[in-house]
Design a protein around this ligand. Structure first.
Ligand SMILES: *Cc1c(COP(=O)(O)O)cnc(C)c1O
Length: 433
C-alpha cells in the first residue's frame, strides 16, 4: 500500500547495515539480528529498530528499564551507539495530580510551607520536617478522611458497594494485564477472606479493596481476571460476617477523571508487577504524591520511589528481575502451592468452584496458569512474600501516628516525580535548549 515508504525504509536499512558491517566485519548474524527487516514467510518491518536508527536520542522511562534495554533487547544497538542511550524517568504533573485533584491536602500543604511548591515542586521536600508533628498529622488524617468519603460515594454510585471510610483503602487501578498481576492481588483477598471465615481475625486490619482498569477487547485472560474479581467481590460483600473486615469492588470505566477521585483517597497503592516487566509506571507516582504508601516489587519507578522515600517507608516483596531467568528454569508452582498453607487454602477455594457455583469451570484457565511451570508472571512464586508484606502493612496501619508519618514522608519525597523535573532533563540533556 505504501511502496515509496517501503523503498525509503530499504534505503535506510542499506545505509545502516553498512555501519553494522564496519563495526562487525563479516558477521552475518549481526546483520540479520539488527536489520530493520525481519525475514520470513511474511517479512516485517521492525518498528523499534527503525525508531532507534532514526532517532538522535533513545531513552528508557525508568532507571531499571534503561538498564534492561541496554543489556537485553537493544544490546547490540547500545554497543554500536553507546552515547545515544540515556534515562529519563517518567513524571506526573503536580498541578493536576495534587493541586487540582486534592484541594484539601493542597491547602494543608500550603498552610505549612507556602504556595511555591505548585510551581516549583522541589519545595515539597520541606514537608518532611513536620512529619512527626502531632497536630499536623491530625490535619493530614482529616484531609484523607474527606477524600475517602468522596471516593466511597463514587464507588457506591458506580457499583452499589458501600466502603467504610474507617477501613484502610487498598487500591489497584491500571490497565488489566497479566504482568501487572491483578491476579496476585485478588488471591491475597481470597486468602484474607479465608482467614476471616475461619475466625482468625486478631491481627487483620479491616480493608476496602478497590480494583479498576480496562482490558483490550481481545485479551481473554484479562477479561477472565475481571470476572474473577467481580465474583470474589460479590461473595465477600454478601457475607455479613466478613464484610466488617473486608469489602471489595471493581469500578467500571477507569479513566483519568476517576483517578482524580481515587488517588487522593488511597491509603495503600498496589504496584505488584512481575519484576522487570513494568517499564516505569506513573500511577505509582500519583498515589505517592497524595500520601499513599506503596506495596510493590522492585520494578520500574518503584525502585526510585523506594530510594527516594527510604526502604522503611515502602513495603517491598517478591523476586528481583535478575533472579527470574534462573527461577523459571526450575519452576514448580505445584510444589510451592503444596508447601504454602495460605496459597493451598486459596487454591482449594478457587478449585472447588466457591466463587462460580452456577458458572462451572469459568476460572479453569486462571487456575491452570497459576499451576503452569511456564507461568512467566510467577504468581505462585511471589505469593507468600506478598502475603507477608501485607501483614506488615496491617501492622503499620494499626499505628496511626506511624502510618501518618510515613504518608507525609511519601508526599515529601515525591519531588523528583514531577514531570517538570523530567522535562528539565529532556531540555538539558537531549534537546540542549
Ligand atoms: C496514571 C494512569 C494510568 C497509568 O497507570 P499505571 O499504574 O502506571 O499503569 C493508566 N490509566 C489512567 C486512567 C491513569 O490515570
Amino acid at each position: 500500500m505504501l511502496p515509496r515508504i517501503l523503498e525509503i525504509i530499504y534505503e535506510v536499512n542499506a545505509r545502516f547495515l553498512l555501519q553494522v558491517a564496519v563495526e562487525w566485519p563479516g558477521d552475518a548474524e549481526k546483520q540479520t539480528a539488527l536489520s530493520l527487516i525481519e525475514e520470513g514467510q511474511e517479512p516485517q518491518v521492525r518498528m523499534a529498530h527503525l525508531a532507534i536508527v532514526g532517532s538522535y536520542s533513545v531513552n528508557g522511562v525508568a532507571a531499571l528499564h534503561t538498564k534492561l534495554l541496554k543489556a537485553g533487547l537493544f544490546k547490540h544497538f547500545y554497543q554500536l551507539w553507546p552515547d545515544k542511550f540515556n534515562n529519563k524517568t517518567n513524571g506526573v504533573t503536580p498541578r493536576r495530580w495534587l493541586s487540582h485533584c486534592n484541594t484539601s491536602l493542597a491547602d494543608l500543604i500550603s498552610s505549612k510551607i507556602g504556595k511555591n511548591w505548585v510551581a516549583d515542586f522541589g519545595d515539597i521536600g520541606r514537608l518532611s520536617q513536620f512529619a512527626a508533628e502531632e497536630a499536623f498529622q491530625k490535619k493530614w488524617r482529616d484531609s484523607k478522611k474527606v477524600n475517602k468519603v468522596a471516593l466511597s460515594d463514587f464507588v457506591e454510585q458506580a457499583t452499589g458497594v458501600k466502603f467504610d471510610v474507617n477501613m484502610m483503602f487498598d487500591v489497584q487501578v491500571k490497565r488489566i494485564h497479566e504482568y501487572k498481576r491483578q491476579l496476585l492481588n485478588i488471591l491475597h483477598v481470597i486468602g484474607l477472606y479465608d482467614r476471616i471465615r475461619k475466625g482468625d481475625t486478631a491481627e487483620i486490619t479491616p480493608r476496602c479493596v478497590l480494583f479498576g482498569g480496562k482490558a483490550a477487547p481481545g485479551y481473554v485472560m484479562a477479561k477472565d481476571i475481571i470476572k474473577l474479581i467481580n465474583n470474589v467481590a460479590d461473595t465477600i460483600n454478601l457475607d455479613s460476617k466478613v464484610s466488617q473486615f473486608l469489602k471489595v469492588a471493581f469500578i467500571p470505566n477507569y479513566n483519568v477523571s476517576a483517578m482524580e477521585i481515587i488517588c487522593p483517597a488511597t491509603d495503600l497503592s498496589e504496584q505488584v508487577s512481575t519484576a522487570g516487566k513494568e517499564a516505569s509506571g506513573t500511577g505509582n507516582m500519583k498515589f505517592m504524591m497524595n500520601g499513599a504508601l506503596t506495596i510493590g516489587t522492585l520494578d520500574g519507578a518503584n525502585i526510585e520511589i523506594r530510594d527516594a522515600v527510604k526502604a522503611e517507608n515502602f513495603f517491598l516483596f517478591g523476586a528481583q528481575a535478575e533472579e527470574i531467568p534462573d527461577i523459571l528454569e526450575h519452576y514448580h508452582p505445584n510444589n510451592i502451592i503444596a508447601n504454602s498453607e495460605v496459597l493451598s487454602a486459596v487454591m482449594s477455594l478457587l478449585e472447588s468452584g466457591h466463587f462460580n457455583l452456577f458458572e462451572p469451570n469459568i476460572f479453569d484457565s486462571i487456575i491452570n496458569t497459576i499451576r503452569d511451570p511456564n507461568d512467566m508472571w510467577l504468581t505462585a512464586y511471589d505469593f507468600d512474600s506478598y502475603f507477608q508484606a501485607q501483614r506488615s502493612v496491617d501492622k503499620a496501619y494499626k499505628d496511626q501516628a506511624l502510618w501518618t508519618k510515613m504518608s507525609i514522608l511519601n508526599t515529601a519525597a515525591s519531588g523528583v516525580f514531577s514531570s517538570d523535573h523530567t522535562i528539565r532533563q529532556y531540555r538539558d540533556e537531549i534537546w540542549k535548549l
